[in-house]
Design a protein around this ligand. Sequence first.
Ligand SMILES: [Zn+2]
Length: 220
Amino acid sequence: MTPGRERQEAERQQHPGREDTTGSSWSEGWYLPAIASPSPNHGPRPAQGPIDLIVLHSISLPPGCYGGDEVRQLFTNTLDFDAHPYYDGIRGIQVSAHFFVRRDGALWQFVSCDRRAWHAGNSAWRGRTNCNDDSIGIELEGLEGELFEPEQYRTLRKLCLAIRDRYPIAHLAGHEDIAPGRKADPGAGFDWHGFERMLGWPSTMFPARIRVAKNIRSAP
Ligand SMILES: [Zn+2]
């Protein structure tokens, strides 16, 4: 790395909100290849603590229905809560995620990654609580326990690589890992081992339960 690049790199880490000049695909926390649909549901990141965690979720509205506009509407506070009986249980909630990966691999972004999105709720991981403070939340269009599409894995891989290029990501976990007993997404249908192979990231970045399962599977 050249000294100039090094300086740029150091400055980028000190000022994560600033756009860099290295021809990156990011602008003020927005990933430019994604379709932007800004959500009002976000707040400032706390000053301390690196953004070092990616949290994976699954969502579909109504559950199991794919391809509609309802998730985008939910994340932008424009969902008609009278449109389906299921919405009675979530009436008025204000939530968001940074990203949403559709079944066909299309990618949406709702909140700048430099801002705190509202996806994790009460949670803890790698010794820190309130994971919304210092994580990036990615929702996969799907249903807990069910399979995801190859197009989703391809988009998710590109996105995770781009995020790690921009933020000091050191951990990747499911919502079920950071809020066990309370949340179960993305669930058993998400292929963690396959995704780990696709990313080529160290296995220490993944939840220990994945490593344990792999060891059991590869035992004689
Ligand atoms: Zn979730």
